[in-house]
Design a protein around this ligand. Sequence first.
Ligand code: ZN
Ligand code: ZN
Ligand code: ZN
Length: 752
Amino acid sequence: LRFGIGGFVANGPEGVVIEAEGDRDRIDDFLAAMGNELPPLARIDSLIQSTAPAANPPPCATGETGRHGAIARTAPCPAPGDPTAIIPVFRIAATAPGAAAGAAIPADTAICQACLRELFDPSDRRYLHPFIACCDCGPRFTMTRHLPYDRDSTSMADFPLCPACECEYAEPDSRRFHAEPVACHDCGPRLSQSPVSVAAALAAGQIVAIKGIGGYHLACDARDHQAVARLRARKHRDGKPFALMVLNAACASRYVELTGEARLAIASRERPVVVLPRRTDNRDLSPELSPGLGSLGLLLPYTGVHYLLFHALLGCPPAEAWLTESNPLALVMTSANLSGDPLIADPADAASRLAGIADVILHHDREIARRADDSVVQVSGGVRTIIRRARGYTPHAIPLAANGPAVLALGAHLKTTVAMTCGDLAYLSAHVGDLDSPAAVALHAQTAQDLESMLQVSPDRLACDWSRDFASTRLAEGISEQRNLPLVRVQHHQAHAAAVLAEHGWERPALAIVLDGHGQGDAGESWGGELLRLDGAKFQRLGHFAPLPLPGGDRAAREPWRMAAGVLQQLGRGAEISRRFAHQPLAPALAQLLATGDAGVTTAAGRLFDAAAGLLGVIERATYEGEPPMRLEALTDKPLSLADGFHLRQGVLAFTGLLARLADCDDPALGASWLHGTLLDALVAWATDAASRTGIDTVALGGGCFLNAHLARELPARLERMGLRALTARALPPNDGAISLGQAWVAQRSVL
Ligand SMILES: [Zn+2]
Ligand SMILES: [Zn+2]
Ligand SMILES: [Zn+2]
């Protein structure tokens, strides 16, 4: 309108298509303005310009010009203008068939500053409206039922616009022009009870379930030790840390060390949970929040409902100052799911399954069309690493270096995601979770189907893990058979490495250090501390950690004392097992099993951490995956290396010296520092040795162990100092959440 341009904008197969018709100079001005004045959620990756072939008649005579239309005026409402006036019409056209679908569904975004101001402005018509949103903020992905992304295909279709909202929706100058989640007190969704009464329940120490945008949360006062302990007991969640919601950065600074990059991350529009070092000088919070860890996961409010709860908890202060002032309020805000099951998103489900957990349930009547957990990131050494990629990031595509066949990749077993490639873009589902329960397996299958229908692409091939007993593998085999599609099976740690190469667009051969839990090797062995050479779809195992006994298979992964016992046996000290673990009833039997040499072995780096935790007496049984290494990380102030801690022979990295020292170490903090320091030295030696043997100077770092802050911070820097290029996971987590992308990348490059 400002540049007097007619035409249209639409989603097409190439992306967003704008046909602009008008005076040449004005079009140039328009293009410049478009680059300079993008709305907050818009981003231009590339812009292709072409000129319409025909010599056009004057811009305001034909084509996309017309009589006064509802969309083309700038008056506050479609006021009847001069019916004879001929003005250019610029319209939003219907989405073209085959439109680049991923681009058409945006990600969920935290409430913007303008909406937040309106929310607490008594003169605004949306004063205290829980579902306030605009073009710059609000739910998107989680409310989209199907494509194209317009109001009728979202769960907002159940809320016909009132005249006032309709007016803003149709008004180009409005912040709510074509904002699909637009709503108000008159026409929008409603809460089942007032935030004031819910806040009173929280203040009284009760546990509250809150329906959000991607699922339900469970909340309680994080300073109320009994409430937190009760929540932990009712949720049967032994030691896994709970995330906290605080009102603003000033409040966060009371409880955690909030600096630089972390400050940006916590306030970003994706509003992830940010894991940060816990301040030791503040004892207001319940110690039950993250037992044994030196960190806390914090997030800021991201919906109107969250802000209304804090407002009510603070006694409904007037004006805006309270929004930025510091206060001690902190709420546990943890995903409402029963252990092992996916996030609860349906009200009936919430009512029946949370009945024994929540004292109060705050529902609303907008359907959650797609589930999305809170995303989780950590900031270490100024670098942001994603731990769980979901709300706020999904369904943004990961750009790939090259086009390839469309691949549907089904992931592994833990922290599973599904990936689909489409040309040179890869789309990952939100975090589905561990495929341990029938509900999770069903959600996984549904997620694969949803991704396909969202992108409107049928896969040319499928990809899965080597392991035959993963539910994800069985799903891939089922689809492959049903639809007669080729299935590419990808080694687990190759997929980890490939995921890192994929996000960096690295197409040349590369080395990879993958430090991870179990993944199946080529003869069914348990791998997980691997040095690989990747070249397209092919990989070669150049080296691995020296195998450690794995007494009891899966159970050894949950019980570090078993790994410790295995190490003692390997060190020729099997006689100590029964005495050291006298309180473990199975210790004598385990010692016997180890003595016969019948226990399996593993090269998984995760088990090295477990063994260390067991030897140091830090933890004998893990209550959640990753707990032993997280505890060791928390104990380590500064990594210290042991000169004789490791030896490297023909690619095999053995930690005999280190483990022997840990077995005799009675200072867990010192032992944990030795573990980290020695591991760092060993990994640098490993990589430089392989680089000199292969002539490859690029090393991808992947696998769940790279969530360890000491490794994540120091290893890339040390490799760079040795003249190597280190590629690390940035857009995706280093853990199994990225496996699906790695599988897809390998499958794209496989010759069938
Ligand atoms: Zn807004
Ligand atoms: Zn309304
Ligand atoms: Zn893995």
